[in-house]
Ligand binder design. Structure first.
Ligand SMILES: [Zn+2]
Length: 354
């Protein structure tokens, strides 16, 4: 081979190498971009639910591809419902209404709504009122994915599916120690399972200035949302049953206008009848804007829960933090001090939903 030919071959080889290198670089960049996108998506929306992800796919303005990535993740990872730990008791005995009369004449509707706005339907004690924040306003913001708050940082610690005789006492102890207030979305079936001890814990929550919200009696998706679609009559009967239990514990004057749908409001179809009912009665259904991931996937250590909580709250002025205080959530109780310390360090004010 002549020298010239050799040189030409070398150049050609070098060219191919450079081309491959460029290709690799650009592939790397694309991967990084996808990774960034996924991260942003994850942070923007931590709700692990089929519907929510579908909604995300639809509303995501960036690209269809991004949606496809999420869809793939859903298929590969599978989706556990939130609050899997809950008992599936199944009950739909209509007992009473939430606390309102839903057979109002339309003429009186406006007047009744006005009256309710002035009533003491807050789900918290007199002492607790000073920590209470307007749940209807929080609901409105959450529905719009609006986590801003004019630069004022505010966190709502929320605990679902209690009161349990094992975890709730530890949670209450920590909240007391740090002198912060939280909202308990309690569940009738769990309270019944815990007997007098659970009832005492509900009283303690209330008397300590925490807020109490209604999270249904049964938590049974098959009763509340058969075929993933709201059955309003059975839903209402189930929530009424829980409300009656709370009144028996806290007195007939107790009432709460704040509910949390099992699995989250955003997870289900045909929610219009509930929305209309809540709106007519000045009530609010509260989902969340962050969570510690203590009810999905594999069981996590306290440290992992802390990391999830912080990651999902990042960049949000208004944080509604979903956690659980039902049976088996000991790690949540262990994680709570660090979670509280984080929000304190970041300058968040701790408020309750009422
Ligand atoms: Zn739940």
């Amino acid at each position: 081979m002549t020298l010239r030919k050799k040189e030409m071959n070398n150049r050609k080889e070098e060219g191919t190498k450079r081309e491959n290198l460029n290709k690799l670089e650009s592939e790397k960049e694309t991967n990084e971009y996808n990774k960034e996108d996924l991260k942003a998506l994850e942070e923007r929306n931590i709700k692990n639910d089929d519907n929510e992800k579908k909604k995300l796919i639809i509303t995501n303005e960036k690209s269809f591809i991004r949606g496809m990535i999420v869809l793939m993740m859903m298929i590969f990872l599978g989706n556990g419902a939130i609050c899997k730990a809950c008992a599936q008791a199944g009950n739909n005995n209509p007992i009473s209404l939430f606390q309102q009369n839903d057979s109002k004449e339309s003429d009186n509707k406006q007047k009744d709504t006005e009256e309710k706005k002035d009533s003491t339907m807050v789900g918290t004690s007199e002492e607790g009122k000073k920590y209470a924040y307007d749940a209807v306003e929080v609901e409105r913001k959450l529905k719009n994915y609006d986590y801003s708050n004019n630069g004022k940082k505010m966190v709502f610690l929320t605990f679902d599916d209690g009161a349990s005789t094992t975890v709730t006492p530890k949670i209450l102890e920590t909240l007391d120690k740090y002198d912060v207030k939280a909202t308990f979305f309690v569940m009738g079936k769990t309270i019944e399972d815990g007997g007098e001890t659970a009832k005492t814990l509900i009283r303690k929550e209330f008397n300590s200035g925490h807020a109490i919200g209604n999270h249904s009696y049964s938590h049974d998706y098959k009763v509340l949302f058969p075929g993933r679609s709201l059955n309003f009559q059975d839903f209402k009967a189930d929530f009424d049953k829980n409300d009656k239990i709370l009144k028996d514990i806290l007195g007939d004057n107790f009432s709460t206008r704040v509910i949390r749908c099992p699995g989250g409001h955003m997870s289900w179809k045909n929610m219009a009848p509930l929305d209309e009912y809540l709106s007519d009665n000045n009530m609010a259904s509260i989902d969340w804007s962050a969570y510690d991931s203590d009810a999905e996937g594999k069981k996590k250590t306290a440290n992992e829960l802390v990391n999830y909580a912080i990651k999902s709250a990042k960049g949000k002025d208004m944080v509604v933090m979903l956690m659980h205080d039902t049976y088996g959530k000991e790690e949540t109780a262990k994680a709570l001090p660090q979670i509280i310390e984080y929000f304190k360090q970041q300058g968040y004010e701790f408020r309750t939903l009422a």
